[in-house]
Design a protein around this ligand. Structure first.
Ligand code: 13P
Ligand code: SF4
Length: 300
């Protein structure tokens, strides 16, 4: 039996649904029931009826699915797939900022550990961060863990006072002004599409800035025929499928998230067969991490 047939059979037996982020390997996106950006996937996780969710992505995604759906079994095909940025904030610093600014809102990018979420007031993703920050009554915003998304949002919410943290995504940070300019020189008609985890130098060069879904939607609607992609290159699978006549160029040499690429068909089949790599969490932690996630779903 092929791995694909095995996965399909096990999906029936285990009443499972497969969710995948746009950054995972093409063959995994191809067999997923739902593929999307972080916000879409967290919403879908709350509405699927299947008893088991196989989350093809990194650990904060599986954790968020479990936090929002304690009664479901959430499987991570590779539990070592983790987002380094998810750990790049400090509880002591959060407590210190809370002491300093009485009305501060700790706004936590969903790319964060469950523990960091428990210390936060609201979660955001790249597709709803601005909307949520603007909707908050608080004047002071401590944005964790990603400095670059924080600065991008802050520039559009001048009515708020931001405190930044120094977390970053190594994949997006590796995209340089020089390499984007060089690619643009080679393809002057190309539009530059940028994820807000990139540095301010790169968002300043963009024709469009948005989440992975936003980038995919923009490219489909745009009348341009060429695009320079400033995010992880897993998005090319959907971009090419939706736009067979358009051309896409990478803007750097290391736009690959090694953690996302750990997910393979074989690992999905193995985890489903043995029901291993389930996400487990203490109920107290889950309840505390659930609050900011639910608030995001309400406001976002
Ligand atoms: P989005 O899919 O929400 O744009 O997030 C990008 C990302 O880095 C996920 O790890
Ligand atoms: Fe984390 Fe960056 Fe990988 Fe997204 S692309 S999972 S932010 S390391």
């Amino acid at each position: 039996m092929s791995t694909l047939d095995k996965i399909n059979q096990l999906k029936q037996e285990r009443d499972a649904v497969i969710l995948a982020h746009y950054y995972v390997n093409d063959e995994v996106q191809a067999i997923a029931d739902y593929v999307g950006d972080s916000f879409y996937l967290s919403k879908i996780a709350t509405s699927v009826e299947a008893k088991t969710i196989v989350f093809c992505g990194v650990s904060f995604m599986g954790e968020s699915a479990k936090i929002l759906n304690p009664e479901k079994t959430v499987i991570m095909p590779d539990k070592t797939a983790d987002c380094p940025m998810a750990h790049m904030a400090d509880i002591e610093k959060i407590n210190q900022v809370r002491k300093e600014y009485k009305d501060v809102a700790v706004v936590c990018y969903i790319n964060s550990t469950a523990e960091l979420k428990t210390y936060s007031d609201v979660c955001v993703t790249s597709s709803n961060a601005l909307k949520i920050v603007k909707a908050l009554p608080n004047q002071h915003i401590f944005f964790i863990p990603d400095e670059h998304l924080g600065r991008y949002v802050a520039a559009q919410a001048p009515e708020k006072h931001f405190i930044f943290n120094d977390g970053f995504c190594h994949v997006h940070k590796s995209i340089t002004q020089r390499s984007v300019a060089k690619t643009k020189e080679a393809h002057p008609g190309a539009e530059i599409l940028v994820h807000p985890e990139c540095t301010g130098e790169i968002t300043a060069m963009a024709d469009y800035v948005g989440s992975t879904s936003g980038i995919i939607e923009y490219a489909a609607k745009s009348s341009a025929e060429e695009f320079i992609i400033c995010t992880e290159l897993g998005v090319l699978y959907e971009l090419k499928a939706k736009n067979p006549g358009k051309r896409f160029y990478s803007a750097g040499e290391s736009q690959c998230c090694p953690d996302m690429k750990l997910i393979t068909l074989e690992k999905i089949a193995y985890a489903l067969e043995h029901m291993t790599n389930t996400v487990e969490m203490e109920e107290e932690m889950r309840l505390r991490a659930n609050r900011p996630l639910e608030r995001m779903l309400e406001l976002g």
